[in-house]
Structure formats: C-alpha cells, structure tokens
Write a protein of this length. Structure first.
Length: 468
C-alpha cells in the first residue's frame, strides 16, 4: 500500500471521528437544554429582573414595580398580590412580566414587600411565589424664606432641617411651585411680573411668555407631572375693560405659552381652582360662586352648583371637599353626587377648613380654635378627624400664634402646619401675596402625632396651593 493511500484512509477516519464527536456534542447540548427547560418549567416562573424607582414612588402616585420572569405568564389577578405596608394598587400582566402600580405615593424611609402568589406560566408546570423588597428614600422638600440677607430664597431640605441647600435666590419672590422636574417661580422686578421656570436644582432659568403686563397670583401645581396654573390680571384695569383673574395653564416641560381656560356664561373671573388628581380636569370657583368642572380648555364646563370655597382634593382621589352655604360637602367629581362631610365628634373648638388626607376613608386635617367668651383666642388645635368623626390632636398652637395653612405630604404620612408666631407683633410684608414676616412650618406625623421638626419659612412644596 502506498503512502498516499494510507494518508487518505487516515483522513477519512479522522473525518468520521469528528462527525461522530460533533453529533455527540449536539446531542449533549440538546439534552442539557432540554433538562434546563424542564427544570425551569418544573420550578415555575422565577424573577430575572426588577424595575422600581423608589425616589419617584415617594414623590407621586402612579409609580410601578415590574417583575420580569423566566416564562410567559398567565394573567395575574390583584387578589394574588399583597403589598406591605398596605397600599392601594392595580396589577397588569404582559408576556413574562407582571406590574404593580401604586395608586398613591409611598411612604418615605420605609421597607416595602411585594408578594405575588400562585404565578403560573402559560405552559405546563407548577406555580410559584414571587417576592420583591425595596426601601424608599428619606423625603426631601422645597421651602421658601423671604427677606434673607441674600434675598428671597428657595431651599431644598430634608425633614430634619439639617441639610438646607439654597436653590434659587431673587430680590422679590411672590410664590413658587414644584413640578415633577422643575420649579415654577413667580417674581416681580419692580412693577413687572415674571414667571421663571428652572430645573429642579434651580439651574437653566427661562421666562414664561405671560399674556401681557399685569399680575400673577394663585400659582398651583397638579398632583404629578409638569402641569401648573395661575390667575392673571392685566396691569391696566379700568371701566373700559381688561382681563381680571383669568385662569391660565401651562406645562413646565416645554416653551409653549400659557393657555387661557375659557368659561362661557356668567362671571368668568376665577376666585379659586384645583387640579383634579390623575386627570386633565380642573375644579374652578368663579367670582359669582359657580362651581364648575372643566377640562384644560374650559369648553366643556359642567356645573356643580354654587360654593363658598374649595378646601381641597386629596391626591389619588376624585372627591372634592367644598364649602357650600349649607355646610362642608364631599363632592364626587366622577358623577356629581355628594354628601355632608363627617362632622367631628366633641370638637375642641370652632371648626375650620378641612384638608383631605390621601387614601380611602383616610379622614381630614382640621383646625379647631378655642375662643373665649370675650372673643380672645386661647389656642388652636390641629387634629386628624377620621371617617367616623373621631378627633385626634396633632399640634397645639398657643393663642398668640396664628395657623395660616395646613397641607399633607404626598403619601399622607405627614401634615405641614404653617404658623405665624406672636401674630400681634409679627407684621405682614408688602408683597402681592402678603404674609407675616416670621413664619414656621411644623411637620407632624399623622399616625403618631409626633412633631418631626419646625422649619423657618413657608410654601413647603407638598402644598400645591399658596397660603390662603
């Protein structure tokens, strides 16, 4: 046998050996893959990825936790899900993912656990339980002080008051509001009104194109997102006419000019208004006491009777607390139905306005003034009134001090109480929105009644409306 023949047979043997080995490897891989698939199915769905933004979750409603799993899932029902601490939520399923959407902002500095029971894949195999835990960060807020040595200043602070950081300074700040990603600031340069939009850190300031020379007031923000509103009056108001207290809205996220919310019939001047949470609607109160539910354009205003004032609408709610001549009422803005607000049992004084607390049947924050027979204020009690009318005191304010405003944190965990100390010798400044020169904002935990801190200043960014 010659050398070439031997080499040829050797090459053929190596080729057959390689083919056999290659087939064996493929078979092994198929077996491993099959076993892996069997193991995955046998174990039931498992979490491979989690999406959650705890910082956004404490700031606004609508945040989500998305759990992505190893298998395409059968539809998960809300009854299969639990959230601890308890929080209202909705559930959706798409492909390999299940999402839990929170109806309210979460509490700050809190450990949360989400458990999804009985999760099944679309194919054969057992169900499994999915669990995810996360911790929300400590809450921060903005606060304003007038008349500091540097000028009127907006600070960002924690709830201890130990990390105040100046964000924006101007010689004359009337008011401001915080949106999801911006600050919207009403200032005056001499006789000229300006509205300035900045980033959340006070940078990249730009002016809003106002409708003309005039006055801006009642600056408000929506419960989430970038929508803000304000009322505008022309500088030249005379018997010949001019715009007075007209409502405008805009987005802080773009450069589009503000749009007037037009109302048909009757007095179109706006006495007060509120953004309706999680909608594009607004509740407005006109100078002639008409209460209207309207969209941002104002063309589809639905009458809701007459009212004296709008006390508020809690985040995540469609129920407005309004004062009518016959008393304080809760008005369901989805169908116009209403009922009397629960009256406090054994109130510790003359009952004031009601600030609704986020959450189903979460009650209200109310002030009770203890007035002597000769008309002297002895004290004011700020209290939580629950759904049954039980009164639980949160803060006792001396009679020499005046409570100017109460508002509630996004989750409802805290209430902020704006107080003017020693009102008799605490003169008002000369701003368009006049306020006492010395102001303290007390933060109190609603559940415990424990005061967290007292901060110098006003306009805590939880408060979506100015002091009234």
């Amino acid at each position: 046998m010659n050398t070439d023949s031997r080499r040829s047979r050797a090459r053929k043997r190596r080729g057959r050996g390689f083919a056999v080995a290659f087939v064996a490897v493929l078979a092994a891989l198929a077996v491993v893959g099959g076993v892996g698939g069997v193991v995955a199915v046998a174990q039931g769905p498992r979490v491979t990825d989690v999406q959650v933004d705890p910082a956004a979750a404490v700031a606004a409603s609508g945040s989500r936790v998305i759990l992505t799993t190893t298998q395409s899932l059968q539809t998960v029902d809300a009854a299969q899900v639990s959230v601890e601490p308890a929080m209202p939520f909705t559930v959706d399923t798409a492909g390999r993912s299940v999402g839990v959407r929170f109806a309210l902002p979460l509490r700050d500095d809190t450990d949360y656990r989400i458990t999804v029971n009985g999760v099944s894949g679309l194919g054969a195999g057992p169900s499994s339980t999915l669990t995810e835990t996360f911790r929300t960060p400590s809450l921060q807020a903005y606060l304003m002080q007038r008349g500091t040595p540097e000028g009127d200043t907006i600070f960002r602070t924690d709830l201890k008051g130990e990390a105040g950081l100046p964000i924006f300074v101007h010689p004359h700040i009337e008011d401001y509001r915080a949106t999801a990603n911006h600050l919207v600031i009403s200032v005056r340069d001499g006789d000229t009104a300006r509205v300035i939009v900045t980033d959340a850190d006070g940078q990249n300031a730009r002016d809003v194109a106002l409708p003309g020379p005039g006055f801006v007031s009642n600056l408000q923000s929506a419960d989430r997102g970038e929508r803000i509103g304000f009322t505008f009056s022309d500088a030249d108001l005379s018997a010949a006419g001019g715009r007075e207290s007209r409502l405008f809205t805009m987005s802080a996220a773009d450069d589009a000019p503000p749009t007037e919310v037009g109302l048909n019939g009757g007095d179109v001047r706006i006495a007060d208004y509120r953004f309706v949470p999680d909608t594009d609607s607004m509740l407005v109160l006109t100078f002639d006491s008409r209460l209207l539910l309207t969209d941002a354009e104002g063309g589809n205003a639905a009458p809701l009777g007459s009212a004296v004032s709008i006390d508020g609408i809690a985040r995540g709610s469609s129920v407005a607390v309004v004062e009518r001549l016959e008393g304080i009422r809760e008005v369901d803005l989805t169908d116009g139905s209403e009922r009397a607000l629960v009256q406090p049992v054994d109130p510790p004084g003359l009952t004031g306005r009601a600030t609704p607390v986020p959450g189903t049947d979460a009650g209200t924050i109310r002030s009770f003034a203890d007035i002597s027979a000769d008309g002297v204020s002895r004290s004011t009690t700020v209290a939580h009134v629950d759904a049954a009318g039980a009164v639980r005191p949160l803060l006792e304010v001396p009679g020499a001090d005046t409570v100017l405003q109460t508002c509630v944190s996004p989750s409802g965990r805290y209430t902020a109480v704006l107080v003017a100390p020693r009102a008799v010798d605490n003169p008002f400044d000369r701003y368009q929105l006049p306020l006492p020169e010395r102001l303290l904002t007390h933060l109190v935990e609603v559940d415990t009644g424990q005061e967290v801190v007292a901060l110098q200043g006003f306009d805590l960014s939880w408060c979506q409306v100015p002091p009234q």
